[in-house]
Design a binder for this molecule. Structure first.
Ligand SMILES: [Zn+2]
Length: 285
């Protein structure tokens, strides 16, 4: 169902875009603005659009946010818009003849600080992960970040949760990031989940220390320490014999201890450049 929904959306966008391509081809200087895109934003231009700067003919009053998104670039990727020496917000409506500089976000991107484009920052760094980068969710939870994920969440639900729950959207879907309810997001570039984790941590300036094994990998709830006596009846004989420190999830009741399964997860983090002996991890099991 979700695929059908996305197909329909991209169809609409393609239609909108084709109008803009015609617009660009027929542009005349009297009603045009000039848009200079920074290098990484040029990579996001919709197929068929190229060249920098772009001469864009105004046909109606439109915000710079709508104009740039019609070129294929989600607003979540934009770090600054300047007209001359002045920075503007997303609601700025360009006038014919103006020259605009549109730049990508420069990492590290601190979502807890206000900016011209995003005056209401997030109270904390929390994520919601789209299904197309789903394995990133477990790695973020493993490193202690509050990360919502559900493989049945469609775009509308992800946008609503991002808005209502103050979360940063991580996805490979540009159409999702163009939704107006989403303020903070990242079009994930890396392919492998371990590289996606590195990319996310670096982009948002999350340098640690990380609360390893502080959240349930299955349901995102914070784990709570539990005495061995309280869960002894649920342990396998070898686990009962060799391990003394345990945590449980208050939601799904899963038990966590430093068994071989945890070592395997830590090994995944090492692929992301996060070594356990680096002093970056807190609250290990
Ligand atoms: Zn759980």
């Amino acid at each position: 169902m979700r695929e059908t929904l996305r197909y329909a959306q991209s169809d609409n966008l393609a239609e909108t875009n084709s109008q803009h391509i015609v617009t660009l081809m027929n542009s005349d200087k009297a009603s045009a603005i000039t848009i200079f895109l920074s290098e990484r934003l040029q990579d996001l231009l919709r197929h068929g659009l190229n060249g920098n700067p772009i001469e864009y003919r105004l046909q109606r009053r439109a915000s710079i946010k709508d104009i740039v998104e019609s070129l294929g670039i989600p607003h979540t990727e934009i770090g600054a818009v300047r007209v001359g020496n002045l920075t503007t917000d997303f609601g700025f409506i360009p006038e014919p003849g103006q020259r605009l500089q549109v730049s990508e976000i420069t990492p590290p991107f601190d979502v807890t600080r206000p900016s011209k484009l995003r005056p209401a920052p997030l109270p904390a760094v929390r994520f919601i992960v789209d299904v197309n980068v789903g394995r990133l969710a477990a790695l973020l939870r493993l490193t202690g970040f509050d990360t919502a994920y559900g493989n049945r969440l469609d775009d509308r639900h992800i946008a609503a949760l991002a808005h209502d729950d103050n979360r940063v959207v991580l996805t490979k879907d540009r159409a999702l990031l163009k939704r107006s309810k989403i303020v903070f997001g990242r079009l994930v570039r890396a392919v492998l989940p371990e590289d996606q984790l590195t990319e996310t941590l670096q982009f948002f300036g999350l340098a640690g220390p990380y609360n390893l094994f502080s959240r349930c990998l299955r349901c995102n709830r914070k784990l709570t320490p539990v005495t061995k006596a309280a869960i002894r009846h649920r342990l396998e004989p070898k686990t009962k014999k060799y391990f003394t420190s345990f945590k449980t999830c208050p939601d799904c009741n899963r038990i966590y201890w430093r068994g071989s399964h945890c070592d395997a997860m830590v090994a995944k983090l090492e692929k992301s450049g996060l070594r356990e002996d680096s002093g970056l991890f807190l609250n290990c099991l």
